[in-house]
Design a protein. Structure first.
Lengths: 467, 539
């Protein structure tokens, strides 16, 4: 037994987290920053932070992740990190020559109270930031929120520090995609292009973290949103933000700074959420929805109605990040599956002034179904607790990041990898989960594990040829 | 390919601002063997420059992740924000094998106090105490280790006071580590802090005697990919009893019992030399540097262990085991050597592996053309003989050196000074010694400490080695250049690579990586030179 010390006797904990369903802010900021073209993310703290964050992102993407660190020493913690940050800026521009350095803080630099605004201003004042280059920054203390908060803060910083309130008015729609994979970002761009909508999307990690193997290592991959495009978003006709936890802060900031009217909605994962996204694009840009997209929707519908018998009534346990969980819950509910245990370590509200509480969003996604579903977020909402619930009453499917595999194996539950981080399989960065095609892929994976299990456990007389 | 390494060194650091160039210049040397037996001095174990993109991590990683973490039944609680514990959750492949289903095994668990803002402002000791109690209720461990993260030292939470209080209240062993990430300059400070802690709080608490004739500890072996399993089995077949490992596949009780051994074998000098030295001072147990990475190296190490015990039966048994193993090794070795002879390798990793893995490469005829450590010290490069002259800089002076005196009841010098002198000579100074990386390398090779990303790219551009060995952060950037990259921290989730079994695994893995078909398919037909020529001709 991998998790032999987990029992079905739940002890209410107030201080100890066991097997977390979240991680800390800075990695989210690092991921977001990688979605800016020619950008080097920078971790203002101890070396360990940057190393750990780069390593986790690299294991998830099987791609190089470049980022620098301020390499705090004991002395730095006493005297402040300004000297380290100034040295770093000079070295980074001199050696690695990015267009943007995107700085995020750590619990260390936050605890000692480094004033990033003042430090960056000093760097600029001392001529350490070359002409035309930028240093942006956001505050991401690890003792608040979760990695999703860090992501939201960096995207907000893109809006507040790079979007131009005096940008020439254009006919584009700004799209804040939320914390989704490069494949998802690619799919969102494709959907918009198919609808004839010109968009400015940031962050955009497509062609950054799913870059092809060409025999050459590009320190700055081809992808990522260009600075001038982020600037131009200040003149866009409207802004759609996907994922309330990941995108609210940026959408609200863009509206406040640049008067770009914003619309927030949940991640377009599953039929209903994708419908809302497509419809929002349609009305904001004044376009029609082409048949090819309606046809894709029809294919998803076809797949669901064809395979419904394998899905209906199946009990699901799901853990991960709020935005993904909300949309997935809605999708699972549509399939007549039963998401009975839903856990995120991310506390809510996260960022943005009006983000509803997590359980309010989940209840809305369930549409009144499953009043007994167990929903937990924030402190001590961890995978140990989820496992205990499963021990009390089993589920048919477990959905979550790679750490779920230990529960899945001990309890012999069919397991679908979804979310962050996925460290032991490939595909998530290359194939979307958003949109109708993405929903079909998710459905294929969910059906796959359920139907494999049926095949595995069937008596020989019940072993089916056609399913 | 045959450029003067001194020129290459200048090219590597040319782009740096002046002060940084000067600093890096002292951390890059060209090997040479001098008449007096010395090698060039390298600057090591100094702080990394902000912004340079280093491979290094932090002290907490070295303490919790490396040294204490692999022990399966010491319950580790990380006191800090959630990230530190999350990123050290199963991310190191220190395997463990409990004997029964009832044995405690905490390895797959991740425990944290998940410090919040209110803890930073008002202190986190109360939460830590409550967390320790909750952990005790859930897991009933024999021992709890508490690890400090960056904020802890700054806000003044006293994990040691909490540990003492909890020890008294719960009646089990509870101890803390001041391993905040900003201490020292790398993971190395964490190794030292961990060694101090495990020596102070664990070693010597279990006096269970063993009547085996030959008793050893394996220090600095973390059972990555099962290395430790291979070595324990190897020793067993020779009739040698392994009392404990520090710390792969270890338990609290075996580490507490370590002082009953008669010899300490040191695999990873960098991380565990501290424990070896302290055990000699306190209990009279001498230590010997061994290397079980590489077939020839393993043969040498086994023979040296047999020499130490001076037992004819043991020596005969060891030769039998060697003969059995080498028969298998030689079969694969010659096949792989035929395909890999003359190919080149670079190794930039850790504080020990960048040296030892060179032996595995030379087994299959591959040449190391550049190497360096991530967090090694000067003694890891130049040998322990430089220790007396070593200066500890400001960043490292606060890492405690324990004052160790002989144990009044249990000190027993296992060997006399004369015997020790003889052993030192017999083992070419690897008895209570370590010769370091550079003396065992060819001349005119670049040795680079704390390699930066910029230097990595330049080295690959200039030398185009057949394989580059480093860690996860380097892996995919290197491979995108069409150069295979072998992870030597994680073994690319393979291994074991220790001992004879491990050597065969390594030869096969390197053969596979270097000879993959896919490398020849990078250029699509429509971009090949032939097609370009057709296009030009057609125009």
């Amino acid at each position: 037994m991998l998790l032999r010390h987990t029992t079905d006797q739940v002890l209410e904990r107030t201080a100890l987290t066991v097997n977390p369903a979240k991680t800390c802010q800075p990695i989210g900021a690092m991921y977001a920053a990688l979605g800016i073209h020619n950008c080097l993310p920078h971790s203002h703290g101890s070396q360990g932070c940057c190393s750990y964050h780069r390593s986790t992102l690299t294991r998830h993407y099987k791609e190089p992740v470049m980022a620098a660190t301020s390499s705090f020493t004991e002395g730095t913690s006493v005297f402040g990190g300004q000297a380290n940050m100034l040295t770093a800026i000079q070295t980074i521009f001199g050696v690695y020559n990015p267009d943007v350095v995107a700085v995020h803080t750590t619990c260390l630099s936050e605890t000692i109270g480094d004033d990033m605004v003042q430090i960056v201003a000093k760097a600029v004042g001392e001529g350490k930031v070359p002409e035309g280059k930028r240093v942006i920054h956001c505050s991401t203390p690890s003792y608040q929120g979760s990695h999703v908060t860090g992501f939201a803060s960096m995207v907000k910083a893109m809006a507040t520090q790079l979007a131009d309130p005096n940008a020439e008015k254009n006919s584009k729609v700004t799209l804040i995609p939320g914390w989704v994979e490069p494949s998802d970002m690619r799919e969102l761009k494709s959907l918009a292009a198919t609808m004839g909508v010109e968009i400015i999307m940031y962050p955009d990690t497509s062609d950054v973290l799913d870059a092809p193997h060409t025999g050459k290592h590009e320190f700055y991959p081809r992808g990522g949103t260009k600075m001038e495009d982020i600037a131009a978003s200040g003149g866009s006709i409207g802004c759609i933000g996907l994922g309330l936890s990941g995108s609210s802060a940026a959408v609200e900031a863009l509206e406040a700074k640049c008067k770009v009217p914003g619309q927030l909605m949940e991640l377009p994962i599953g039929l209903q959420a994708t419908d809302r996204f497509i419809d929002a694009l349609r009305t904001m840009a004044g376009v029609e929805v082409p048949d090819s997209i309606t046809d894709d929707r029809g294919r998803l519908l076809d797949m669901i109605s064809d395979m419904h018998q394998y899905l209906a009534g199946k009990r699901v346990a799901i853990f991960g990040d709020p935005d993904q969980l909300v949309s997935m819950t809605e999708f699972l509910n549509l399939l007549d599956m039963q998401p009975v245990y839903i856990v995120t370590g991310t506390p809510t509200p996260v960022t943005g002034t009006q983000t509803p509480q997590f359980d309010v969003r989940i209840r809305k996604a369930l549409g009144g179904n499953l009043p007994d579903a167990k929903i937990r977020s924030g402190a001590q909402a961890d995978m140990y607790l989820l496992h205990q619930w499963i021990k009390q009453q089993k589920v048919d499917v477990l959905i979550g990041n790679t750490y779920g595999k230990y529960i899945a194996r001990d309890e012999d539950i069919p397991f679908v990898r979804y979310g962050f981080p996925i460290l032991d399989r490939v595909g998530h960065s290359y194939f979307p989960s958003v949109g109708y095609k993405g929903a079909m892929r998710l459905l294929e994976k969910i059906l796959g594990v359920i139907m494999d299990r049926q095949d595995r456990d069937a008596l020989e007389e019940k072993f089916e040829l056609v399913m | 390919m045959s450029r003067d390494p001194r020129d290459v060194k200048e090219e590597l650091i040319q782009i740096y601002p002046k002060k940084l160039r000067q600093k890096r210049s002292e951390q890059i040397v060209v090997t040479e063997h001098r008449e007096d037996g010395s090698v060039p001095e390298i600057k090591a174990n100094v702080r990394s420059s902000p912004g340079i993109i280093t491979q290094r991590g932090c002290t907490y990683a070295g303490c919790k992740g490396v040294v204490i973490g692999p022990s399966r039944d010491i319950l580790s609680i990380v006191h800090g924000p959630i990230g530190c514990s999350f990123y050290a959750w199963l991310t190191r492949r220190n395997q463990t094998r409990p004997h029964t289903l009832e044995d405690q095994n905490f390895i797959n668990y991740c425990l944290s106090t998940d410090m919040q803002e209110e803890n930073i402002v008002f202190g986190g000791e109360k939460k830590l105490k409550a967390a320790v109690k909750e952990a005790f209720e859930l897991f009933h461990p024999k021992a709890i280790a508490i690890f400090s993260t960056c904020p802890v030292g700054l806000i003044g939470d006293d994990v040691h006071a909490v540990a003492r209080e909890m020890k008294a209240e719960l009646g089990i062993n509870v101890f803390g580590f001041s391993c905040e990430g900003y201490r020292g300059v790398s993971q190395s400070a964490g190794h030292h802090i961990a060694s101090n802690g495990v020596f102070k709080n664990v070693v010597g608490l279990n006096d269970t005697p063993h009547d085996d004739k030959f008793k050893v500890n394996m220090l600095g072996e973390y059972n990555i990919g099962g290395d430790g399993f291979v070595l324990e089995d190897l020793l067993k077949r020779c009739g040698i009893k392994q009392i404990s490992t520090f710390s792969g596949n270890s338990t609290y009780e075996t580490m507490a019992n370590a002082h009953t051994a008669d010899l300490n074998l040191v695999m990873c000098h960098r991380s565990i030399n501290y424990v070896a030295e302290m055990m000699e001072k306190r209990f009279g147990i001498p230590w010997m540097k061994v290397n079980f990475i590489g077939a020839d190296a393993s043969v040498k190490s086994l023979r040296r262990i047999a020499d130490y015990f001076e037992d004819a039966d043991l020596k005969a048994r060891v030769e039998e085991v060697i003969a059995e193993e080498m028969a298998v090794v030689e079969a694969t070795q010659s096949v792989v050597k035929a395909r890999c002879q003359g190919k080149t390798a670079m190794l930039f990793v850790g504080g020990s592996r960048a040296h030892h893995y060179q032996m595995l490469f030379s087994d299959i005829g591959m040449k190391t053309i550049a190497a360096g450590y991530e967090f090694g010290h000067r003694d890891d490069y130049e040998g322990r003989k430089v220790l007396p002259g070593l200066k500890v800089d400001a960043d490292s002076k606060n890492i405690e050196e324990l004052d160790v005196v002989p144990d009044p009841e249990r000190y027993r010098a296992r060997r006399t000074p004369e015997e020790i002198a003889k052993l030192e000579a017999m083992t070419e100074n690897e008895f209570r010694g370590y010769v370091g990386m550079m003396p065992q390398m060819d001349d005119d090779v670049l040795v680079i400490d704390d390699l930066s990303h910029h230097e990595t790219e330049k080295l690959l551009e200039i030398y185009k080695p057949d394989i580059f060995c480093a860690g996860i952060k380097e892996k995919f950037g290197v491979q995108k250049m069409g150069i295979p990259c072998k992870q030597l921290h994680s073994y690319d989730y393979g291994g074991p690579y220790a001992g004879f079994v491990g050597a065969v695994n390594f030869y096969k893995d390197i053969d596979r990586m270097v000879n993959m078909k896919i490398w020849s398919f990078v250029t699509p037909p429509w971009q090949s030179k032939a097609t370009q020529q057709d296009v030009v001709a057609a125009d």
